[in-house]
Design a protein. Structure first.
Length: 136
């Protein structure tokens, strides 16, 4: 075999390995119903915080655990447990993306992504007056 053939074969094998590892490690956007059908499988779920139910976090006794209730995009509500500190301004978030898996009747999140309300919403830009700069 020529060295160019060997290099080509190694390159093709590397590309196949990258594609396979990307497909097997990627999580899927879904909802609680789908995640409940496949407990233990990782999912990404976009939802809205249920502000009517308590956010449980005690920094003194359980600093690395906090839980809350989330509605997915189909309106299904589940308790979410996150084994880390509560993110700052969590209560102000509009939407929450959780990554994790169902375990029993609750979702165990390994990471959170918060979408906070924009401070620029519903504001109209101010009109500029006629100003001259540097003699212009």
């Amino acid at each position: 075999m020529k060295t160019s053939h060997i290099i080509l074969i190694l390159l093709v094998m590397a590309v196949v390995a990258v594609v396979v590892s990307t497909v097997t490690n990627s999580s899927t956007y879904s909802d609680f119903t789908e995640a409940a059908k496949k407990p233990g499988k990782e999912f990404q779920i976009i939802g809205k915080l249920n502000r009517a139910k308590p956010i449980e976090y005690d920094a003194q006794t359980r600093a690395n655990e906090f839980s809350f209730y989330l509605f997915d995009e189909k309106g299904v509500e589940k308790k979410v447990v996150y084994h880390d500190a509560k993110p700052q301004d969590f209560e102000k978030s509009e939407k929450v993306v959780i990554v994790g898996a169902m375990q029993g009747n609750q979702f165990i999140a390994k990471s959170l992504l918060l979408k906070c309300p924009s401070k620029y919403n519903n504001k109209k830009p101010e009109k500029f007056g006629e100003k001259k700069f540097n003699g212009v």
